[in-house]
Design a protein around this ligand. Structure first.
Ligand SMILES: CC(C)(COP(=O)(O)OP(=O)(O)OC[C@H]1O[C@@H](n2cnc3c(N)ncnc32)[C@H](O)[C@@H]1OP(=O)(O)O)[C@@H](O)C(=O)NCCC(=O)NCCS
Length: 145
């Protein structure tokens, strides 16, 4: 892992991000629209991880947290997460939300708390993750920044 780099996603990273998401059974819908708020982990020329935000005023939806299966468990997910949280704080985001079927414990360890999805109001509810890209039984979690 000598050439690991975390950087802002570029247009030409999109197909690889979508492939990683598909392989992890995570939604790809509307990633392109929010690519400006994505970060990627790269090992040389290869995209090995991603994470993104959908920004809605002071709230952002954290989505697309993914690391290539053969690169997991090396701290790359944590690096991506720390990078995006720092970025969110810089944007003035006060609250992160996420929906997950697979990583409740992962985010609980990072301070997120489970909340009732029905309690969420405002523009973030227009996100594709809320309008159907995530299964209705997905767990909704919140973190105040
Ligand atoms: C979640 C994910 C991004 C973590 O990336 P990673 O690079 O493996 O994470 P790190 O190496 O920084 O952290 C690994 C730690 O997280 C734990 N972990 C990894 N995935 C987890 C999960 N789904 N639930 C709970 N804990 C998890 C590991 O057991 C490990 O714990 P340890 O430090 O106590 O040994 C990666 O496992 C992944 O891509 N999963 C599939 C996609 C997914 O479910 N994404 C979440 C969408 S909401």
């Amino acid at each position: 892992m000598s050439r690991l780099e975390i950087r802002k996603a570029r247009e030409d990273d999109l197909p690889k991000i979508e492939k990683l998401l598909e392989e992890a059974s995570l939604p790809t819908l509307a990633v392109a629209e929010h690519l400006n708020n994505y970060r990627v982990a790269k090992n040389g020329d290869t995209v090995i991880g991603a994470i993104g935000l959908e920004v809605y005023d002071g709230t952002a939806l954290l989505r697309s947290t993914v690391v290539s299966p053969n690169e997991q468990g090396k701290g790359i997910g944590t690096l991506l997460y720390d990078t995006i949280v720092k970025y969110a704080k810089g944007l003035g985001i006060r609250r992160l939300l996420l929906l997950t079927n697979t990583a409740e414990e992962y985010f609980r360890r990072r301070g997120f708390k489970v909340i009732d999805q029905q309690s969420i109001t405002g523009p973030v509810t227009n996100s594709v993750e809320f309008t159907g890209a995530c299964p209705s039984h997905a767990v909704c979690m919140e973190l105040s920044l």
